[in-house]
Design a protein around this ligand. Sequence first.
Ligand SMILES: Cc1cc2nc3c(=O)[nH]c(=O)nc-3n(C[C@H](O)[C@H](O)[C@H](O)COP(=O)(O)OP(=O)(O)OC[C@H]3O[C@@H](n4cnc5c(N)ncnc54)[C@H](O)[C@@H]3O)c2cc1C
Ligand code: FES
Length: 432
Amino acid sequence: MVPWKDLPPVTPALDAPELLGLIVVALLLQALAVAALAIRQRARAPAAPPAFDVAVAAPSGSPRAAPAWPGTRPWRVRERHPEDPAGTQCSFVLEPVDGGTPPAFRPGQFLTFVLDVADAQAPGGRRPVTRCYSLSDGPGHPHYRVTIKRVGAPADHPDWPAGLASNHFHDQVQVGDVLQVRAPSGHFHLDEDSSVPAVLIAGGIGITPMVSMLDWMVRHQTERPVHLYYGLRHGREHAFSKHLRALQARHPALRLHVVYSRPDETDRLGIDHHHVGHVDLALLQRTLPHGRHRFFICGPAAMMSTLVPALKDWGVPDEDVNFEAFGPASVQRVPSLAGASADAPPDAPVEIRFQRSGRRIEWDAQDASLLDFAERHAVPIDAGCRSGGCGTCATRLLEGRVAYARTPDHDVPAGHCLPCVARPLTDLVLEA
Ligand SMILES: Cc1cc2nc3c(=O)[nH]c(=O)nc-3n(C[C@H](O)[C@H](O)[C@H](O)COP(=O)(O)OP(=O)(O)OC[C@H]3O[C@@H](n4cnc5c(N)ncnc54)[C@H](O)[C@@H]3O)c2cc1C
Ligand code: FES
């Protein structure tokens, strides 16, 4: 072998300009090759999970889109079936009477029903009743589904009439019936950002929006860690039991934590339920891995009004806590009304004039909203969600100005206000 130092000197075959030209051509060819490879890889890459593709609402913080349809639309009941052993929670599967594919929505949103309900106390024995029910199945199916819990009279007032709409659904609404329904709406919905693990916390019938979220996640976010905490009393009211286990089998990163507060003797720990007690901060601290989580909570007032502040005390930032109350808002976020509005609430007393009812009443700041105030003084205003999401309470504002605790999800029609989330800033004249 010839030692390298004995090799003849290499005579350059190219002069400097030729060499430079060659280098430029080589670099161009390399750039072309890299670009071609990138295009091929993009073509092969798995498709990004679809966005919710909704016309019903934009992500929080961005401008809101129009509802999927204006006013009400007729939907036919295709099926109904109980979801729990006690039969107190019943699902209603709906399909559009006018055909077509049900418009997309965000998992967690609700429908608003305008029902014609028997009411012995109403003139003529019937009256229209508006109520909201969360969609309990994900978007992208040829149907919508809601699941409704029968509401009895309060335990301390058994003589009061039972819940109007829920009992109407359970006792009167049959397969083939047609219901008038407003488009999906609501700010409480799953986010599309799968980088932060999700924690879904449901109390009782608050499970419905969570089932919708999980249905979407098993199809589009199987990598995203998700914990479901489902609190209820015992196995007889355990809804979606089989369905949740089937979803778990399809989502490798889903952890179920079913919590019974008063298990029956026949309820099996470790099989039907995983914990005894309540879904509280101590349980979350014991069972959640370290790190950031995004919380979605829906349950009875007692659960919400303790858990939401507890999460805040634990250091969870407001932006990671989403919640929905199935009724009058039971959780006050800070800052409340005064901080959320550029206008300060009135110092001097203001007068609310209800034009149609012919009433003038002084606002005494005892009520959380103008709707509560009107109801306390027996001025009728129809309401659905009571949280600014459905538009049912929209009332013409003839004079004066109101403030909102937060920007309502529902677009406030021009010249109107949403009394369920509004308070007065000045004297008001309302068409109610
Ligand atoms: C966004 C949203 C989503 C929802 N999703 C669901 C869902 O998925 N599933 C579900 O089951 N529910 C859901 N709800 C709750 C639902 O809208 C109704 O509030 C619930 O069904 C009760 O309505 P009702 O007409 O049966 O009862 P109501 O007639 O409104 O009565 C409610 C209670 O008040 C009592 N009452 C009767 N008269 C009086 C009186 N004079 N004074 C005081 N109390 C009285 C009744 O006995 C009853 O206990 C949701 C609510 C909201 C806001
Ligand atoms: S009742 Fe739904 S917006 Fe007021």
